[in-house]
Write a protein that binds this ligand. Structure first.
Ligand SMILES: Nc1ncnc2c1ncn2[C@@H]1O[C@H](COP(=O)(O)OP(=O)(O)OP(=O)(O)O)[C@@H](O)[C@H]1O
Length: 247
């Protein structure tokens, strides 16, 4: 299991009480693992904890068997992530942004040009390649962010709501890229609001509610939306009963 991404009983509270509670999760190599939940469930927080962008109050996050608090550039070069806004410098061209991202992930300079060409082609960014990023549409900026996250063929992929702002064509390109990387053995964690979209690519679907991981959904389920809302409702009810009992 050490080759994938692991959260081991991770908790983190924000002031005000929200956050992530006792979350344990394993994303195996070759697995596309989807995280679904209502707005505010804690998906972004969980991903930031996994990436070491937030420190847990307790528990640990491991990437490739390495605790993210001690991870060095070798581990980070094997990671591709898009959490929050796409990494893009508005004044730089699409190509220059991809070059910076490749450099940050340790792609050797001799290979950089080829890697970028492939990413531009894969995400159909050819006609924008010399345009300043700030002049791109939101959807193309998102394509660029995804291309920058995936171009170095990472072994670990973490994408927070990557289909936001993508058009259907962009969504298909993302799906293909993620499936290809997982086929090569990458461990992929992806959050989404679109249950039908998730069902199409995920091997495992984990539901998050009120800061906790509350169970899984079957990607083959014909009525995923119903199963999702049932599991959230059941969790809300059981927590309010617990609250009443302890009150
Ligand atoms: N920096 C912060 N300080 C205080 N509370 C925060 C902070 N960031 C997030 N929260 C709260 O923590 C909870 C979880 O937020 P988070 O963004 O992780 O959820 P999410 O599932 O990703 O939601 P969405 O789908 O809307 O992005 C929410 O109640 C949010 O308001």
């Amino acid at each position: 299991m050490s080759d994938g991404m692991v959260l081991d009983r991770v908790s983190r509270s924000y002031r005000g009480g929200a956050g992530v509670r006792e979350a344990s999760l394993v994303v195996r190599p070759g697995e596309i693992h989807a995280l679904v939940g209502l707005n505010g469930a804690g998906k972004s927080t969980l991903m930031k904890l996994l990436l070491g962008m937030l420190r847990p109050d307790s528990g640990a996050a491991l990437i490739g068997g390495v605790d993210v608090r001690r991870a060095d550039s070798r581990t980070w070069s094997r990671l591709g992530q898009l959490v929050e806004t796409p990494l893009a410098y508005g004044e730089l061209t699409v190509r220059a942004n991809l070059s910076v991202a490749a450099q940050l992930r340790g792609v050797p300079s001799a290979e950089r040009s080829m890697v970028i060409d492939k990413a531009v082609e894969a995400f159909r960014l050819t006609e924008y390649v010399n345009r300043r990023t700030r002049s791109l549409s939101l959807g193309n900026r998102q394509r660029l962010g995804i291309a920058a996250a995936l171009q170095h063929e990472p072994d670990f992929v973490v994408l927070d709501e990557p289909t936001n702002a993508l058009d259907p064509a962009g969504t298909i390109l993302l799906r293909e890229a993620v499936a290809r990387l997982a086929g090569q053995g990458a461990a992929v964690l992806i959050s989404s609001h679109h249950l039908d979209e998730v069902a199409r690519i995920a091997d495992t679907i984990t539901v998050m509610n009120a800061g906790r991981l509350i169970g899984h959904l079957d990607p083959q389920d014909d009525d995923l939306e119903r199963a999702f809302f049932q599991s959230v409702l059941r969790d809300d009810e059981s927590r309010s009963e617990d609250g009443e009992q302890s009150a």
